[in-house]
Design a protein around this ligand. Structure first.
Ligand code: ATP
Ligand code: MG
Length: 420
């Protein structure tokens, strides 16, 4: 028996109500904030991700699905959304459009992770990017949009964590002081963090291993090392967040798992989730990325949210989502002549915009009506030999159990009036 590959899953019809609900809320919030959809390829040149995410990150070191195609090109299944959007921004000369360019995506993401609840090898992200504006007001707007998206979904107990990790001019001094600090605790750190110590000490702050967490709580704080411009940016952002009534907390150990971030970083988590899969959404500024990919210097900010984690939290918090609409009408028939009439009638009703269910095979009328009942239709049309001869059919109100005969050519008209 074949099974879906480890860390992937089928999204069955019963789950789709959640996905449809989330996507509808996502496109609604994008319309409110003026974001337009972009779709980029599922795979890209491997170097795009290696360069932007950073060679010394978990994603590039251990998690990418990279392969050579038949012509020897090295390709990678998208492990995140931002790099592709920036590549498209540069490739299509979007700097000539009014800035910021506001784009959103909804895409499958591939990471070779250790599968567990809320962590998969193929997951899906809804994300937004606002490209071409460095104003901290834009940071506040993007954070507000993320926050409002979760509120609109009906999630409760959200917390918003905020930090600034500075820029190329102030970060080196901060990294030095982190290196000094962690060197004193080297022996207690996990093997990954021992390696990170020389290569990328910022990442130690992000380590979720219980051995490393206590040290990160007492580590030097990036906001104490910000240059004037970054400090001012952070101050103004905080002022805007207060203005917009967003209840944030500054979390000094918040960094992100990708190298391209500068200045603002943030994460949103719902109540009661354990650390390993707590975050439902995260984002930040990446003011150098577009230039690094060959574009003009272009400040930008975005965030992304994991759809599977949203589904998980909607279920956990028992948020009511609108049910899938069921069929409006069921057609039951008895005998071949009646079946012909039923098929023509189904076609006619569907073309008039009514959703119709009927079953095939030789089921008894009783079995068909039982099925009509369990599918929750409001009305059933019953066609037997008599009905075929008389040119009228039986229309049954499934709730009340009442029925009446109506002429075949009036069925569509009558049903459109009584069926929602
Ligand atoms: P985490 O710290 O949980 O590994 P991350 O920092 O790697 O998350 P991002 O790269 O910021 O995550 O991705 C944005 C969002 O996508 C996360 O907040 C999370 O909701 C979701 N996400 C990330 N990785 C996975 C995964 N393997 N399976 C399911 N959802 C994921
Ligand atoms: Mg991760």
């Amino acid at each position: 028996m074949y099974q879906a590959p480890r860390g992937t899953s089928d999204i069955l019809p019963g789950e789709q109500v959640y996905w449809g609900y989330i996507r509808q809320k996502a496109s609604a919030i994008c319309a409110l904030y003026g974001y337009q959809r972009i779709d980029t390829p599922t795979f890209e040149d491997a170097r795009l991700f290696e360069r932007s995410i950073g060679e010394e990150t978990d994603i590039v070191e251990k998690e990418m699905y990279t392969f050579e195609d038949r012509s020897g090109d090295r390709l990678t299944l998208r492990p995140e959304g931002t790099a592709s959007v920036c590549r498209a921004y540069v490739e299509h000369g979007m700097h000539t459009l009014p800035q910021p360019v506001r784009l959103y995506y909804d895409a499958a993401i591939f990471r070779y992770e250790r599968p567990q609840a809320g962590r998969y090898r193929q997951h899906h992200q809804f994300g937004v990017e606002a490209l071409g504006d460095g104003d901290p007001a834009l940071d506040a707007e993007v954070i507000e949009m993320a926050w409002q998206f979760y509120v609109n979904l009906g999630l409760r107990g959200l917390s918003l964590n905020l930090n600034s990790i500075g820029c190329n001019s102030c970060r080196p001094a901060y990294l030095d002081s982190l290196r000094d600090y962690y060197s004193q605790h080297r022996e207690s750190l996990c093997p990954d963090c021992k390696r990170r110590l020389s290569r990328n000490p910022l990442r130690i702050l992000d380590c979720k291993k219980p051995s490393c967490i206590p040290f990160s709580e007492r580590a030097p704080r990036s906001i104490d090392y910000l240059c004037r411009e970054c400090a001012e940016h952070f101050d103004r952002l905080e002022r805007y967040l207060v203005l917009l009534n967003l209840p944030y907390v500054v979390n000094h150990s918040l960094v992100r798992g990708l190298d391209y971030y500068t200045k603002t970083v943030f994460e949103i988590a719902p109540e009661g989730e354990i650390a390993a899969q707590a975050t439902i959404g995260a984002g930040g500024r990446y003011d150098d990325l577009i230039e690094q990919l060959g574009g003009k210097p272009t400040p930008a900010i975005g965030f992304a949210t994991g759809i599977e984690r949203l589904v998980r939290n909607l279920k956990k918090q028992k948020v009511a989502v609108p049910a899938n609409p069921s069929h409006a009408v069921f057609i039951a028939y008895l005998g071949q002549d009646a079946k012909d009439v039923a098929m023509k009638l189904a076609s006619h009703l569907r073309n008039s915009g009514l959703s119709v269910a009927l079953t095939f095979g030789d089921r008894s009328l009783k079995a068909q009506l039982k099925q009509a009942n369990s599918t929750g239709v409001q009305r059933a049309v019953i066609i037997g030999d008599d009905e075929v001869r008389s040119g009228a059919v039986m229309l049954r109100d499934m709730d009340k159990g009442e029925q009446e005969m109506i002429p075949l050519d009036k069925v569509a008209e009558v049903l459109s009036q009584v069926v929602a």
